[in-house]
Design a protein around this ligand. Structure first.
Ligand code: 13P
Length: 282
């Protein structure tokens, strides 16, 4: 079943949880995330990031994401993650996605406002929720380990966030407060008072990117301070690779599907743990 971003975030707010938002640019990860969501019974966001076009196009994986979500009894949002331009978001909506992030965080403030407001206008016609981003997060989700340390000078400013949300009309705001995308170089230090101030200033659900590599306690604390959507990719993709390596190294493995199935089951266990932690079930 497909539900809207606003509906999923309302569920999160009502239940005092955060929604797991999982990037699935490979089919094994997609099937694994659907299975994990069905086992937990809470809404889950399936997302595809523009930065992953180098490994999988939204036109190829998107229809599978939409079809598997639609036929499932579990509730899913189909979300375009880190859309960099309006054309990419239009491509995702064409495929059947019903939620979008426009990431103008590297643009000057006024340009970020203008681009985000344009996406909100496009989305509103179709009843699509929009996530914007303000403040810069370092790192990346393509396996490049060269960054991995948060830069406090780039964290989101609450007064600017208030203005950004008021002027753009976004449904949710991705903010920078201590996490990074990809692999961490040192333990993350989350700025919890900043999360409080951002929630107070904006009044919209806060989104945490770079959800890989945090402890269960850190997830719970972020949620207690008001984070309502947590994005997750790198560590699930690593789990898939580890399982594939192990299965492939077994001399009894002579055909690829055995390796793919091992990855699916490993990601399912990992993502189920993540969803349950965010939903207060673990
Ligand atoms: P990680 O890859 O660090 O889990 O972050 C995922 C993310 O934020 C996707 O937008």
């Amino acid at each position: 079943m497909i539900i809207g971003l606003g509906e999923a975030l309302d569920y999160a707010r009502t239940h005092g949880i955060a929604i797991a938002a999982v990037n699935t640019p490979f089919f094994e990860g997609l099937v694994a995330t659907i299975d994990a969501a069905e086992a937990t019974g809470v809404p889950v966001i399936l997302q595809h990031a523009q930065v992953h076009e180098n490994v999988m196009s939204i036109e190829d994986i998107g229809p599978a994401m939409v079809a598997l979500a639609a036929r499932s009894e579990a509730p899913f949002v189909l979300h375009i993650d880190h859309g960099e331009d309006i054309d990419y978001i239009a491509r995702g909506l064409e495929v059947g996605f019903n939620s979008a992030m426009i990431d103008g965080s590297l643009l000057p403030f006024e340009e970020n406002v203008a681009r985000t407001a344009a996406v909100v206008a496009l989305a509103r016609e179709r009843g699509v929720g929009v996530e914007g981003e303000l403040g810069v997060m370092t790192g990346n989700e393509n396996g490049d380990p060269s960054q991995g340390v948060a830069d406090a000078d780039l964290y989101t400013d609450p007064a600017q966030a208030r203005e950004f949300v008021a002027r753009t009309g976004v449904t949710a705001l991705a903010a920078s407060f201590g996490t990074v995308h990809g692999v961490y170089h040192r333990e993350p230090e989350i700025n919890y008072p900043l999360i409080d101030r951002l929630c107070d200033a904006t009044g919209v659900p806060l989104v945490m990117h770079g959800g890989s590599g945090l402890t269960a306690q850190e997830y719970r604390a972020c949620i207690a301070h008001g984070v309502r959507k947590i994005n997750y990719y790198t560590y699930a993709a690593k789990v898939a690779l580890d399982a594939a390596r192990e299965a492939a190294s077994d001399p009894a493995t002579i055909l690829f599907p055995k390796v793919a199935a091992a990855s699916t089951r490993a990601v399912e266990a990992d993502v189920a743990r993540f969803i349950r932690t965010l939903a207060g079930q673990a």
